[in-house]
Design a protein around this ligand. Structure first.
Ligand SMILES: Cc1cc2nc3c(=O)[nH]c(=O)nc-3n(C[C@H](O)[C@H](O)[C@H](O)COP(=O)(O)OP(=O)(O)OC[C@H]3O[C@@H](n4cnc5c(N)ncnc54)[C@H](O)[C@@H]3O)c2cc1C
Length: 394
């Protein structure tokens, strides 16, 4: 992958430190040896799921502020684009601080995705009795269909539309979230873990040969999405080139880093179980207007409705950004992620996630169609199979 390609990939994946690191002199040590990686069985008959969801993107950045509805204090906490899981604890910590200003004994949370569950948990920890009201629980929410990577600045705002001071707010949210995700490492079910991630660039084709037209280049973003990774460089593992003799892949260029991943089914279940153990209540409810929320008669409500806030709160600044992931049958021994020809893999415990990002950050922008695209998933798996020829017969 070219330096520009790495940069673009890194901004899509949220790995802004990647290009800088790859220009470093490769670190060599006598301990460096080629690790033997278990090959991914990249076959289309192993696709067990194709999931599509809409990222709730706000050009100004997520909405975390308050509004009065009669006697009721509404705290908004929605619009986290491609960073909802990553920023969840940090954004919810800000929302819960606003909600607890008057020391309420009871708090209602609307929404049961990443933001609703983390808001509910933090409100409980702050001493409130909490009821979640939502149309869907995990695993039916958008949050259940996310890739599951630490990508705190992925499609989270536009540089020329972000609220003044948003960079500083973002940094606070990212650092708080990072620390709290860390508390879920090493737990049964592995809700959160760190894995190696490889970026593999295929060798250049010989002169005159097919230049690989099947590998689309990452489209240049038409919009200027914010990129804040340098603000948290101290907690962001850098990418290092892997010397050829220590590389598990025969490719022109291989770089390795580490990334925090979220095993979403287990993270969601852990959060939901902990919420119930702490006395939380869940009520299934669908609201079509704020007046129905007012009718709940609660004093403090945290609104974590994600893209649902567009209709419910008439927030037309919310832009849907369609995204699709496919999952291959789990391979417990595959404990590394990959970036290869605009394909990303994440070794989740519930299946190996395969995602195409050929369209760059603009892919799916303002698209509301949530129909799974099997052909896209098969193309992505087919590209991945180039790295694992033995997978065709295994
Ligand atoms: C393909 C894809 C990959 C992604 N990958 C990542 C990733 O790797 N890392 C990351 O950090 N983020 C990722 N994201 C982004 C992340 O999924 C979202 O930012 C996050 O899920 C938003 O969470 P939420 O709780 O705000 O919304 P949701 O999960 O949508 O939850 C909203 C809740 O509100 C309820 N609700 C909505 N409207 C109403 C209503 N009118 N009445 C009652 N209830 C209502 C819903 O039922 C639901 O319970 C990805 C997104 C996509 C699409």
């Amino acid at each position: 992958m070219s330096r520009r390609g790495l940069l673009q990939a890194s901004s899509v994946l949220g790995g802004g430190m990647l290009a800088a690191a790859c220009s470093q002199v490769p670190g060599r040590s006598s301990f460096e040896a080629a690790p033997s990686l278990v090959p991914i069985r990249a076959r289309t008959d192993r696709i067990i799921d194709i999931a599509v969801c809409l990222r709730p993107f706000r050009p100004a950045g997520p909405r975390v502020d308050t509004e009065r509805l009669g006697d009721m204090l509404i705290v908004h906490n929605y619009g986290h684009g491609g960073s909802g899981w990553s920023l969840s604890w940090g954004s919810s910590a800000r929302a819960v601080r606003l909600a607890m200003q008057g020391s309420p004994t009871e708090v209602a949370v609307i929404g049961c995705g990443a933001l609703g569950l983390t808001s509910a948990t933090l409100a409980q920890r702050a001493g409130a009795r909490v009821t979640i009201y939502a149309r869907d629980q995990l695993p039916l929410t958008t949050s259940a269909r996310a890739t599951g990577e630490w990508t705190p600045d992925s499609r989270v705002a536009l540089a020329d539309k972000a609220d003044a001071g948003f960079g500083t707010v973002w940094e606070d949210m990212a650092r708080t979230a990072f620390k709290t995700h860390r508390d879920y490492l090493g737990l049964p079910g592995t809700p959160v873990e760190w894995v190696d991630q490889y970026s593999v660039t295929p060798p250049a084709p010989p002169a005159g040969a097919d230049s690989g037209a099947s590998s689309p280049s990452v489209a240049r973003p038409a919009l200027d999405f914010v990129s804040y990774r340098r603000r948290i460089a101290d907690i962001t593992p850098i990418w290092r080139r892997v010397p050829a003799e220590a590389s598990p892949f025969t490719a022109a260029s291989v770089a390795r880093s580490e990334i925090m991943i979220f095993n979403i089914p287990d993270y969601g279940r852990t959060l939901l179980n902990d919420f119930f153990i702490a006395g939380g209540q869940f009520r299934r409810a669908e609201f079509t207007s704020p007046s129905q929320i007012a009718a709940l008669g609660k004093k403090v409500v945290i609104n974590c409705t994600g893209y649902g806030a567009r209709a419910l709160w008439r927030d037309e600044t919310l832009v849907p950004v369609r995204g699709q992931i496919a999952r291959l049958i789990p391979q417990p021994d595959v404990r590394y992620g990959l970036v290869y020809r605009h394909i990303l893999t994440v070794p989740r415990r519930d299946g190996i996630v395969v995602q195409s990002f050929a369209g760059g950050e603009m892919e799916g922008y303002d698209v509301t169609d949530e129909t799974p695209d099997r052909a896209e998933a098969e193309r992505a798996v087919g590209t991945l199979a180039e790295l694992f020829p033995s997978a065709r017969s295994s």
